[in-house]
Write a new protein. Structure first.
Length: 133
């Protein structure tokens, strides 16, 4: 069962990292789907600073137990394009525009706003309903 986390403003938070770790430890296929540019794409644009910025993302991914192959850089394209039809149960993000775009894509992936005070409960409820079906 696949779940997706944004990085900046979401998985960069310790409370969200703890939740992601618990999902990994429970056997969920946890992904990072970020609007950031990957190192290779950034280097083609001569944006050398990106490599340093992404280092922290890779450190957090490793600490959470997220596989390198489960990190997707959208290079500022809508995350809905990557998520659509790939079986993600939910995507958690702090960007309302990204969340609305995913909703409007009519994909089965549920959206969770990490800035909502019940974000974790919302994720757990989505997972519970998914397992019941």
């Amino acid at each position: 069962m696949k779940v997706s986390f944004d990085f900046d403003g979401t998985l960069s938070r310790k409370d969200v990292q703890n939740f992601a770790k618990s999902l990994v430890n429970s056997g969920y296929d946890v992904w990072i789907v970020t609007s950031r540019f990957d190192d290779e794409s950034a280097m083609k644009k001569n944006w050398h600073w990106i490599k340093g910025q992404n280092k922290n993302l890779f450190v957090v991914a490793e600490e959470c137990g997220i596989k390198l192959n489960n990190i997707h850089f959208t290079c500022m394209e809508s995350k809905s394009h990557f998520l659509k039809d790939k079986g993600f149960i939910f995507h958690i993000d702090d960007d309302v525009d990204e969340l609305m775009d995913i909703l409007n894509s009519k994909d089965s992936c549920k959206t969770v706003n990490v800035d909502h005070f019940e974000w974790k409960e919302n994720c757990e409820n989505i997972l519970k309903k998914y397992l019941e079906n």
